[in-house]
Design a protein around this ligand. Sequence first.
Ligand code: HPA
Ligand code: ZN
Length: 357
Amino acid sequence: MNLDKISRKDLYDILCNMPKAELHIHIEGSLEPELLFELATRNGILLPYATIPELRAAYDFTDLQSFLDIYYAGAGVLQNEEDFFDMAWAYLKRAKTEHILHAEIFFDPQTHMARGIPFKTVINGLDRAISQAREELGLSASLIPCFLRHLSEDDAFAALEDALPFRDKFIGVGLDSSERGNPPEKFARVFARCRELGLRLVAHAGEEGPAEYIRHALDLLHAERIDHGVHSLDDPQLVARLAQQQIPLTICPLSNVKLRVFSSLSAHNIGTLLAAGIAVTINSDDPAYFGGYLNRNYTATFAALPELGAREAYQLARNSFQASFVDESIKNEWIRELDEFFSGMEQELTPAPNNGK
Ligand code: HPA
Ligand code: ZN
């Protein structure tokens, strides 16, 4: 494949149209203001914002915590199974238009359980949307409940108990919420239990927290993928290890800029991490709050970083399939589809031989 001759315009089309997976999306973070207002009306909830523009104006974050405060408040409009279905269905329909073949979707059961919403209500709504996406859209998706790290480990154990009767409806567990001051070791016992249960393990680490949190997520939690992980670059030995062991990072560029982890996309370290041989992926995190879904994360990042070209586009999409929690045979099928997309692009871009005329 000759990927070096592709123009920036063609690159934009490639990024939007290539098959890809999304591995770091919080479904509560896909709740658009329009649906948020609709659900508030449906459920008789009074919001502290009179209009959609007023709500959007509040999406001006200074750090992770300033975002989380608004994000948890927004999730308060979700009351019934139908609400969770509508939110997930909206995301899955959008994912289909962005050529996402597979999504591994986070949700935060504890934020809903604290409001008296049973785990069953949450997971049944999300699971129904996923089943419908499989049947009607041909899109594959699975669920990963996350423990809230600002709460206690006992709280996480209680959430796990509530989740286990629905074990067949989720593939693993994650760890999210306020990172600083809530290190991975706080959750070592509950992750050990999840590991015994055969659940897949991921954890947010090194978003705002130090590189040490990434090492501890790997060594103490046995996380198989690191969500964010951008602070790994502060520790050269860790970078070498991530590359050598091919531990995927699910990076969310627009999120990182909105939450001021980086001052701008052009200051982002994703190109450096990719060049170091790490299995980096691009993801949207909380698209309704951070200014874009997956394709916008790709296009804005590539527009800001000249070192990213078609070769990196291919690598990132390939990594997204490789890092997913599906059977090898399915991964290989998707990677074959990706290869076909790129060879089709190459043919389109290479002028046909003129047979000597
Ligand atoms: N970090 C931590 N917790 C979260 C995030 C995030 O980016 N999004 C939703 N919950
Ligand atoms: Zn996240």
